[in-house]
Design a protein around this ligand. Structure first.
Ligand code: V47
Length: 463
């Protein structure tokens, strides 16, 4: 138990939680607080002012994020993230019944962290035809899936119509299955192959593409391709991929069109912790803008990081959803615009990539990153511990450290493979429920938009 445990928190507040760090300096420590540190010898006083902000639903600064990342008092960081997560999603954790579909692994890019991409003629290169894709749609219906998560490489060999045909074919065979498809990177590529891409006006081309894809059945955007929004990291690890501005523009246009989107952070390769924190700052400012469009008012005095270029252009006030009684956005607000639903931190898998010499992050770093993400991204409704990349056991533990979602049954997954696994990486609904229940939460099946699902075998409806 740490000082911020639910039961303990109130008593700490009443008796000894000091208002400033100064009071925790040894010269100022009173008897009560000395007793607290005696019971909790690892308590880091630097976390006290941060806990005050967290308790009051205030935005944390990049310096606070730095403390959360560097402190030796990991348990308090986890406990703070759990406090926020429990406040936002009391008693529940989410999963879904889904299928991932990777339609091609041919990719014009050569990102150093990627093990998935192939060039035409390489061993194992593939492009799925529409019949194959339809069959996947039928299997999704048979298995009762509510979502297909569809992403692929940037193939120079596929015309724009392939993408609209794919969505139309899936809508035909699986009309009730939500199509969460195409990362921002793919959408910019689609604008290029449709010849509507303009370097100085990315938004208009992407809008054209998204409108066509929505007509064909697109339901929302997954969060891939964000990596870490930083020029240095971009140059070093994924130079030819779109940068932060373009990624954000795509999501901005999607939100304007009423589509909900997700986002990710691929960490633990050439990135530094401070660069991850800046990535989080940029994302939460982008979400401020989306929530402001939905009518959230926010805190005009709230902390805004200086010197983070992508966030400087955003004029929305700071909007947090972590305070007591905050209302989370719902799909019914989508008539005014979409928003980011979920942030999924993705730990780097080195095997088979050009960065294989790096070790990649391990359990403690992953656990801490989930917690820091929950605490920093105070306006994101959900934090996902993607079990495919975290392992189901770690994803379960992460439910105690800020995560409220572990993704779904998945079935096929080709982007990363756990040691000894091929692309068939499936888990059962039962295993997901057991993992969530064992962590002490009610397992709630959700659809892509986080509406509760009521199910009878493969038949389902949203509540
Ligand atoms: O865009 C690529 C990343 C992403 C590696 O939106 C790698 O709900 C780790 O975006 N090690 C695809 N990661 C996955 C993704 C995702 C997953 C689950 C849920 C959602 C969602 C989105 O995987 C890519 C890239 O950022 N990636 N290579 C690697 N070696």
């Amino acid at each position: 138990m740490t000082v911020f445990g639910k039961a303990c928190l109130e008593s700490v507040n009443r008796h000894c939680l000091p208002k400033t760090v100064k009071q925790w300096h040894p010269c100022f420590v009173d008897l009560e607080s000395r007793m607290t540190t005696a019971v909790l010898p690892n308590l880091d006083p630097a976390l006290i002012p941060i806990s005050e902000k967290v308790r009051n639903g205030k935005r944390l600064s990049l310096d606070d994020g730095h403390v959360l990342y560097e402190t030796k008092d990991l348990w308090t960081v986890l406990e703070l993230a759990k406090m926020v997560r429990d406040r936002m999603h009391p008693g529940v954790a989410y999963y879904n019944i889904n299928r991932h579909l990777n339609y091609t692994n041919i990719c014009a890019l050569s990102c150093k962290f990627c093990e998935f991409a192939r060039k035409k003629g390489d061993d194992g290169e593939y492009t799925r035809d529409i019949e194959y894709i339809k069959e996947e749609g039928r299997k999704a219906v048979e298995s009762g899936a509510t979502e297909m998560h569809i992403v692929g490489g940037l193939s120079p060999y596929l015309p724009f119509e392939y993408y609209t045909d794919m969505l139309k074919a899936l809508t035909e065979v699986a009309p009730n299955v939500h199509l969460k498809a195409f990362t921002a990177v793919e959408l910019v590529h689609l604008a290029r192959i449709a010849k509507v891409y303009k370097k100085d006006d990315i938004k208009s081309g992407v809008r054209w593409v998204l409108e066509r894809l929505m007509e064909a059945g697109l339901g929302s955007l997954p969060g891939g391709g964000a990596e870490v929004f930083d020029e240095r990291v971009h140059k070093e690890a994924f130079k030819t991929k779109i940068g932060a501005h373009e990624w954000l523009d795509v999501h901005l246009v999607a939100h304007e069109l009423g589509l909900n989107t997700n986002c990710t952070m691929l960490y633990g390769h050439v990135d530094k912790r401070e660069e991850r924190l800046r990535h989080m700052e940029i994302l939460r400012r982008s979400q401020d803008q989306a929530l402001h469009r939905l009518g959230y008012e926010g805190d005009a005095e709230g902390y805004i990081a200086k010197g983070v270029p992508e966030s400087e252009e955003i004029t929305a006030p700071v909007i947090t959803l972590t305070g007591e009684g905050a209302t989370l956005p719902t799909p019914s607000m989508s008539s005014k615009g979409g928003y980011y639903q979920t942030i999924t931190p993705l730990p780097f898998f080195p095997d088979g990539s050009e960065l294989e010499h790096l070790s990649g992050p391990a359990g403690v770093e992953n656990l801490r990153t989930i917690a820091v993400t929950r605490l920093m991204l105070d306006n994101f409704p959900h934090v996902k511990a993607f079990w495919i990349m975290q392992s189901l056991s770690m994803a379960q533990v992460m439910l105690e450290a800020g995560a409220d979602d572990i993704d779904g049954t998945v079935v096929w997954y080709d982007i990363t493979k756990a040691v000894g696994e091929g692309t068939h990486q499936e888990t059962t609904e039962r295993d997901l429920i057991v993992a969530i229940n064992e962590a002490g939460y009610e397992a709630v099946e959700r659809d892509t938009l986080y509406r509760r699902v009521e199910r009878d075998g493969s038949e389902w409806r949203v509540l």
